[in-house]
Write a protein that binds this ligand. Structure first.
Ligand code: IMP
Length: 431
């Protein structure tokens, strides 16, 4: 079976969780490679709703192994709670989940620093999820962070090392932010207890992923966030702190390029963004509210109302190109069912000049005004459609246009939140 990478094509929240769940039924491994508990992947199985932040979505299938790669930043408190919450629903993951010893730890002081930095930035804030992601990656690149492997140290050594890191963080908290320190001894002791819980899952990634590297075991790589939130390729500085694009799979797992297989981009049939930063095809006012209500666009991690807008083809083409997408899946098509007109941003007006390629530089993006092309809506329900031919003609025309303009086959269309609400295509949607 060919491996697959699932990458968000927009600003995250494209519905990757459901797609990973669908595509991971028969794989051996589902592997996260970047990000942390800032992700919120929602999956509906029967009447049950699961929101996963760290544990890969594919783990909901019995027998599938989950892996948290070294490119991640893992909050051990959240990870334990997520594992226990799944166990309460009779989904046992402890024996099927492995964590790379090289993944960095998100500590409570990272979350505190995240909040304080955001409030100091005031109107210029990024609008982070408050999960300590930026400060944890900062500790990684400045080579001061704690790693999962440290949880395997003898108790006294771990406690000593943790206290040392916490005291250094407290200097920043107290002296720079004039905030209260976090309790070093208490947190270090909690970490020792967490270490006992998590230790059996912590592994050497080079050894653990050998079957995937050797092509003996199949893998699905579960991206979090999306292309436009990538620290290098996104709308900097309004981005997350990791590589959510294709390169992150390699650095975040230590696997070679030949292990990647198909690269599938997930795009919502429209666009959303949480947090601040440029959003070229954003809909403000009533129309934005209408889309938000129809799509239930509230963050799975923070509950924040998402900003909503039309499909941005300029940004989508950029995402398809830089990731080398070999296939695309469109999600939440049914959300547009009641719209009389559906619009697509096919270009940007930048200071009077028409752009059809993504300008990349953040200075230009806020000045880009969308140039829309209108499509007649289909104004019929699509959520029961299971074959391409079940879709209303106008919905097909809309999808055909996206496929042709993206230059990548649409392999699937999600028309509802349930697992089975999917249309799969063999050779794309264009006739
Ligand atoms: P951080 O990753 O918490 O530092 O947040 C940085 C930016 O990425 C903010 O705009 C967040 O709203 C956004 N972000 C982070 N994770 C997600 C996600 O899973 N979905 C959507 N947006 C996200």
């Amino acid at each position: 079976m060919e491996n697959r990478v699932i990458i968000g094509g927009q600003w995250g929240d494209e519905g990757k969780g459901k797609i990973v769940d669908s595509l991971s039924r028969k794989v051996d491994w589902v592997i996260r490679f970047q990000g942390g508990a800032n992700a919120g992947h929602t999956i509906y199985v029967g009447d049950q709703k699961h929101v996963l932040h760290l544990v890969p979505s594919g783990i909901l299938h019995e027998g599938v192994l989950g892996f948290l790669g070294g490119g991640m930043v893992v909050d051990p408190w959240s990870l334990r709670d997520e594992i226990l919450a799944l166990e309460q629903k009779d989904i046992s993951v402890r024996d099927r989940l492995l964590v790379s010893a090289t993944a960095h730890l998100v500590m409570p002081f990272h979350k505190r620093l995240d909040e304080l930095r955001e409030s100091r930035l005031k109107r210029k804030s990024i609008g982070t999820t408050g999960r300590g992601i930026g400060p944890a990656y900062l500790d990684k690149v400045q080579r001061t962070g704690l790693r999962m492997g440290d949880l395997l140290l003898p108790r006294e050594n771990l406690e000593r090392k943790a206290i040392e890191k916490i005291l250094t963080a407290n200097e920043v908290l107290c002296q720079f932010y004039e905030a209260d320190p976090v309790p070093a001894k208490v947190l270090a002791e909690e970490l020792v207890v967490l270490a006992q819980f998590l230790a059996p899952m912590i592994v050497n990634p080079y050894e653990a992923l050998r079957p995937v590297r050797d092509g003996i075991a199949s893998a699905l790589f579960e991206g979090a966030q999306g292309t436009l939130l990538d620290v290098d390729h996104g709308t900097f500085p309004f981005v997350t702190s990791s590589n959510s694009t294709i390169g992150g799979v390699l650095t975040g797992t230590g696997l070679p390029p030949r292990s990647l297989g198909e690269i599938i981009g997930i795009f919502k049939a429209y666009c959303t963004r949480v947090g601040n930063g440029p959003f070229m095809s954003e809909l403000l006012g009533d129309q934005g509210d209408q889309l938000r209500d129809a799509g239930g666009e509230y963050g799975a991690t923070t509950g924040r109302a998402r900003r909503c807008g039309w499909f941005d083809l300029v940004a989508a083409r950029y995402a398809a190109d830089i990731n080398g997408m070999t296939g695309v899946i469109i999600t939440k098509l049914d959300v547009l069912d009641k719209m009389s007109t559906v619009r697509v941003a096919t270009g940007y007006d930048l200071d009077g000049e028409e752009l059809t390629t993504y300008p990349v530089l953040s200075e230009a993006l806020p000045r880009c005004k969308p140039i829309f092309r209108d499509f007649p809506g289909w104004e019929k329900p699509t959520s029961e459609c299971r074959r391409l031919t079940d879709l209303p003609a106008n919905a097909r025309k809309y999808l055909e246009f996206l496929e042709q303009e993206l230059g990548v086959h649409i392999q699937g269309i999600s028309v509802g939140k349930e697992r089975e609400a999917m249309i799969w295509t063999e050779t794309g949607v264009s006739t």
